[in-house]
Design a protein. Structure first.
Length: 220
């Protein structure tokens, strides 16, 4: 019941931030942006864990660092670096789960995504002489790709959903910033971002399960 109330509160505050707070009120908009993440952190803290204790700690720290990143993302490089650090904590958390093989098709899709986004986004910056930013973008693509890889290896549905939504959210944000304008960008980015963090927070209550898979279709 309490978990349901937390999810409802996160949803309501997220809707208020996305659709009702004007962009001109920057300070207030940042404050409202952080409220759903603060609720997500409390949601994770209050979720009973069936996984290794360190998993929950790393997830909570990752959520907290993400909340800081939400506040400084208006200074793009500062936000990029802070989210990079948040992904490191998520990766450390996912490593605490007994890891299984990743399907070849999933590995292929992740690698194609990484190469494509590096060429498309980072390449656009190299072409205009922004080499430092291009390198920073490649580093971020690499870390979020690794985060997605490690998430899939846990075979925990909530972890995988959270990671994939995070990748989608960041992809929309990057394409809009560096390639072309995307209609309703803020809604696409923030809805999937908040959903990603809720799934990751909820994964604290997951149970490690075994899957029956065809070993010939896996990368070990």
């Amino acid at each position: 019941m309490i978990r349901t109330l937390f999810v409802a509160a996160i949803t309501i505050m997220g809707i208020i931030y996305i659709f009702f707070i004007p962009p001109e009120a920057v300070g207030f908009k940042i404050f409202m942006k952080l409220i759903p993440m603060a609720l997500v952190i409390l949601f994770a803290i209050g979720t009973r864990s069936f996984l290794p204790r360190m998993y929950k700690r790393m997830i909570i720290i990752g959520l907290f660092v993400s909340m800081i990143a939400d506040g400084v993302i208006y200074w793009f490089l500062a936000g990029l670096v802070t989210f990079f650090i948040a992904h490191l904590f998520y990766i450390f958390a996912f490593r605490k789960i007994p890891r299984k093989a990743i399907p070849k098709w999933a590995a292929t899709l992740l690698l194609l995504y990484g190469v494509g986004m590096a060429y498309w986004i980072a390449g656009s910056q190299f072409r205009i002489g922004e080499h430092f930013l291009g390198i920073a973008i490649i580093a971020y693509i690499s870390i979020i790709l690794l985060m997605g890889w490690m998430a899939i290896r846990t075979h925990l549905p909530l972890v995988i959903m959270g990671a994939l939504l995070f990748i989608f959210s960041d992809s929309v944000l990057a394409l809009d910033r560096f390639v072309y304008d995307i209609p309703y960008r803020d809604a696409f980015v923030m809805i999937t971002y908040y959903a990603a963090q809720v799934f990751i927070a909820a994964s604290v209550g997951s149970r490690a399960i075994k899957f029956s898979v065809n070993p010939k279709s896996l990368i070990r």
